[in-house]
Ligand binder design. Structure first.
Ligand code: ADP
Length: 380
């Protein structure tokens, strides 16, 4: 024979049951009061009993409102006792009291259920908020990994060059070691010094990444923005090529020096490029035009695409985290881009194109120091 094992009631269940039992016992005692004494009492006594019962009915219902069954177990017998006593007494003078008591009980009962519903709503809202928060945490974790992945590809690209150079210098050094002549010695020293410099450079890049991950602060250096745009296109070349998107560069800033963290700005450019490619998916004409020009004391970059444009309801929250319309999107690319650009003292925004598609633009302040150094170097 199968036995069903019911789970043992929890401590809070046991507490609720006990409260209901006590409330029912107390309510029954109070409910017996009018039945026993009301009809034999004087007019003043009747009034006193009616007031006491009404007060108990209201007060008890409110005190126990957070446990509706206990509130009903308490006020039910009092209401029933009062009604019965008034009905059995057959005293027409008390009919009005009966009606008032009835209305009063109904109002109280309604208040109790309202209160309980409010508590239930609050609990539900809290549970939903907690579920959302935990979902957000999961996505944040995933997006953190995604962002790290993106940044890692930028760093890998930066590291590859000095590592290749260091490896070439070491190869040269090996060959120089085999040469017996005296001229090889200074060449060997120079080659080893150059290899060591390249390896130090790799160390700097890794330290910069570590600093950013630990402190979240950009590591600012002089960056020529137009060269960085070209580099971003090279880094994403296979992605752009696979999508068969035509990318045109319109780099016309005479001065393009910004103080920036090149890995982070590369990340922004890659995000904008990849979004532009996604926006043109499936369309016969797939163009992206990247323009770079001066605007007051800033350098402005526009990434314009011939895509579908930003959906109407998405515009207001475009740069908010987790805003995505893509089935496998994370919705962190633009939010992260805004954080990066604003950390550099710039701003980023989107405008729809007159001919369709969207243009994402960002401004970065010019590096005035490197400009004044440049002016000092250039004779008038
Ligand atoms: P994801 O690409 O993971 O969705 P993003 O933060 O990069 O995250 O983009 C958020 C949303 O903004 C996208 O899902 C898309 O709806 C919209 N969006 C971004 N770039 C473009 C664009 N060039 N054209 C149209 N919509 C875009």
């Amino acid at each position: 024979m199968k036995r069903s094992h019911k789970p043992a009631p929890s401590a809070s269940d046991r507490g609720i049951r006990r409260a209901i039992a006590y409330a029912a016992a107390l309510g029954t005692c109070w409910g017996a009061l009018p039945l026993l004494f009301l009809n034999d009492a004087s007019v003043g006594g009747k009034l006193l009993i009616a007031c006491l019962c009404s007060g108990m009915l209201g007060g008890g219902a409110f005190v126990l409102a957070s446990i509706p069954p206990a509130a009903i177990a308490f006020s039910g017998p009092i209401a029933a006792g009062s009604f019965l006593a008034l009905l059995l007494g057959g005293d027409k003078d008390y009919l009005l009291t009966l009606v008032v008591l009835l209305v009063y009980s109904l109002v109280l009962l309604r208040a109790v259920t309202n209160y309980a519903e409010g508590i239930e709503r609050r609990i539900k809202t809290q549970i939903e908020a907690e579920a959302k928060a935990s979902e957000r945490l999961d996505r944040l974790h995933a997006s953190g990994l995604h962002a790290l992945g993106g940044m890692a590809s930028g760093v890998a690209h930066e590291i590859a060059q000095p590592l290749a150079a260091a490896s070439a210098y070491v190869e040269t050094s090996k060959r120089l070691l085999e040469r017996p002549d005296a001229e090889a010695r200074p060449l060997l020293e120079r080659s080893l010094r150059a290899a060591s410099e390249q390896i130090d450079h790799v160390g700097e890049i890794v330290a910069r990444l570590r600093r950013f991950l630990l402190e979240g602060k950009p590591s600012l250096t002089y960056v020529g923005l137009q060269a960085l745009i070209e580099e971003a296109c090279r880094v994403n070349a296979s992605f752009l090529g696979d999508a068969d998107v035509d990318v045109r560069l319109n780099l016309r800033a005479r001065r393009d020096a910004v103080r920036a963290d090149r890995v982070q700005i590369m990340q922004v450019l890659s995000n904008l490029l990849r979004n532009a490619v996604d926006a043109t998916a499936g369309l016969p004409q797939r163009h992206i035009v990247i323009t770079c020009r001066e605007e007051a004391d800033c350098i402005r970059t526009d990434v314009a695409d011939s895509g579908t444009g930003v959906a109407e309801g998405v515009r207001e929250s475009l740069f908010e985290p987790f805003m995505t319309t893509k089935p496998k999107g994370m919705g962190v690319g633009l939010a992260m881009s805004r954080t990066i650009i604003e950390a550099h003292g710039g701003k980023i925004w989107m405008e729809p194109n007159a001919s369709g598609g969207a243009t994402f633009s960002f401004l970065l302040p010019c590096d005035l120091q490197s400009e004044s150094e440049e002016a000092e170097r250039t004779p008038a």
